[in-house]
Ligand binder design. Structure first.
Ligand code: GAP
Length: 541
């Protein structure tokens, strides 16, 4: 699939716009348009319904060791600064960046790759931000330019190995930066904290400094005791939260994939340390199945267990759910969600202070004077099982998803070019967004075939009936074929047409977006039929 086509459809049909576009846009920030807001809201609602509201606290789900409870929270974006000191974000939430003295551009170290080559007696490393074949083509082009060679002289470039990350290059004096014309213009890597800083109240100095949350998770941990004390949940249980998070990404890119303001859908699942490996496996599989259930394709979706050396400082096991986004080189996948076994790291950090690993132990980090480097709340965040009387600090399994990344994956998956007959039965190319009906922004469109003979009145009645339950669109302008085509691009799964026969026998046609099948139903049954179809019912033949 061509990503440029999707990006232009998103703008043309009102899924996504660049933020502040009339002022030239702001890099890393995106607005959802009229169709996009419905799509993203449906993704979030499907998650909340499937994980929280619709969860059966009494049943043992397949793969779960026992029944569990689910509840939710909605916490503030700005929290006490100590939260981020104890969570580790203040000290550790950074990326390495390199600056280019020549182009004045800034890059994330782990997003720059390149290839070594020799030509005209000189050995250099040509850097690029592209991977795969695109990266190879770009480095070749730039190497020819650097050595003042023409395309026909390409044999003079003696490449030494494939594209490798810039992290593998110890120093940069022989490096041709991604946008540079001269060698050695990249600065040594520097740390860059990704949290956005702000100031609370009238205090403008460090006393008033605070951060926009870089994840929703910490709001859950610091409210763990409040939830325990105010509801009747017992371990094992999960707390879910969705909302905005902010990261000052060095190089936001790939449409909404890496933004500076985005939404997360996170669950912190609290369980007994002994059963935590089983719960980890349960959540891994359950979250993977969720994406499949909403239409992501098995071949483009994968569950990848992290290697031991990839695990975060707190994690005993992590898996990523990844999708083969079309903007990535073939064979590469991008993260949609991480499922992490976090042990008791978070609750203990908020009790005792910032923890660090010492051998196999997590211990409070001390400063030069032997005092905790970042003091915890001092509150007891352990749990007492009232049946066994056992007291323990629960272990946490964290399925942490991005609402914008999931929405982007559903957009990529939905984009399809195929053929459909026009009014005269002639096959024509069409663009169709094949969203799962549950997340489709508009569930049904209602058309009177013509704007006369009482057809609009019947169509408007059906539209109003459907509106009570669904997001529905009414359209009476232009040829009906063109109206179908517009709905195909919006991803509307069903179109209902009122025609001459409706006036005779009170039936209407229903058209299925994907199969293009059409069938007649009683006009009075439209709400029931659309409800049945959206719930996953079979199409009539
Ligand atoms: N609490 C754990 C945590 O935040 P993460 O892997 O940093 O883990 C979780 O983020 C999810 O949030 C990611 O899998 C991704 O879907 C989403 N996400 C993270 N950074 C993002 C960004 N800059 N733009 C869009 N989504 C992002």
């Amino acid at each position: 699939m061509d990503m440029d086509k999707l990006v232009s459809l998103c703008k043309r049909r009102g899924f996504l716009f660049q933020s502040s576009e009339i002022y030239g846009g702001l890099n890393g920030f995106w607005d959802y348009g009229p169709l996009g807001v419905e799509l993203k809201r449906n993704v979030k609602e499907a998650w909340w319904q499937d994980m929280v509201r619709g969860h059966d606290d009494l049943a043992t789900l397949s793969g779960a060791p026992e029944p569990y409870e689910m509840t939710g929270l909605d916490c503030t974006i700005i929290m006490h600064p100590q939260v981020w000191k104890c969570s580790g974000h203040y000290d550790l939430f950074h990326d390495y960046m390199v600056d280019c003295r020549e182009s004045k551009k800034r890059y994330r170290l782990d997003q720059v790759r390149g290839r070594w080559l020799e030509a005209k007696g000189q050995r250099i490393f040509v850097a690029t931000q592209q991977g795969g074949e695109e990266g190879e083509a770009e480095t070749q082009q730039r190497a020819l330019k650097f050595f003042n060679l023409r395309g026909k002289d390409v044999d003079q470039l003696k490449w030494d190995g494939p594209l490798v990350l810039l992290t593998a290059v110890p120093e940069f004096s022989r490096v041709l930066g991604p946008d540079a014309k001269e060698l050695g213009t990249l600065t040594p890597p520097r740390e860059f904290n990704l949290m956005f800083k702000t100031y609370v109240g009238a205090l403008s100095g460090e006393e008033g400094a605070a951060f926009l949350r870089p994840e929703t998770a910490q709001g859950i941990f610091v409210n763990f005791k409040n939830v325990l004390d105010s509801s009747r949940v017992r371990v094992p249980f999960g707390i879910a939260q969705m909302g905005k998070s902010f990261r000052n990404e060095i190089t936001p890119r790939n449409f909404t994939f890496r933004s500076r303001e985005f939404e997360q859908m996170e669950i912190e699942f609290f369980c007994h340390p002994k059963s935590s490996p089983e719960w980890y496996k349960f959540w891994r599989d359950r979250r993977y199945a969720w994406y499949l259930s909403l239409g992501l394709e098995g071949e483009r979706l994968r569950l990848r267990d992290h290697d031991q050396d990839e695990l975060s400082h707190y994690s005993c096991g992590t898996a990523d759910i990844e999708y083969a986004f079309p903007f990535l080189p073939p064979g590469e996948f991008g993260e949609l969600e991480g499922i992490a076994h976090r042990g008791d790291f978070d609750l203990r950090s908020h009790m005792e202070g910032k923890l660090v690993r010492q051998g196999n132990e997590l211990v409070v980090e001390l400063d030069a004077e032997g005092k905790p480097r970042h003091r915890g709340s001092g509150k007891d965040l352990s749990y007492r099982d009232d049946l066994t009387n056992e007291r323990f600090v629960p272990h946490v399994i964290e399925p942490s998803a991005g609402a914008d990344r999931a929405t982007l994956a559903f957009l990529c998956q939905a984009y399809t070019e195929d053929e459909a007959p026009d009014e005269n039965g002639k096959m024509q190319q069409r663009v169709v967004m094949k969203f799962h009906p549950r997340i489709a922004p508009v569930k049904a469109a209602v058309f009177p075939l013509v704007k006369k003979d009482g057809m609009p009145e019947v169509a408007q009645r059906i539209y109003r009936d459907l509106k009570k339950s669904f997001n529905v669109f009414y359209d009476e302008k232009g040829a009906v074929g063109r109206r179908y085509r517009r709905q195909d691009e919006a991803g509307t799964p069903y179109c209902i047409t009122v025609d001459g026969q409706t006036l005779v026998d009170q039936t209407v046609t229903v058209r299925d977006r994907d199969s293009l099948k059409q069938w007649r139903i009683k006009a009075d049954d439209t709400v029931a039929e659309i409800s049945r179809l959206i719930a996953g019912g079979e199409l009539a033949t």
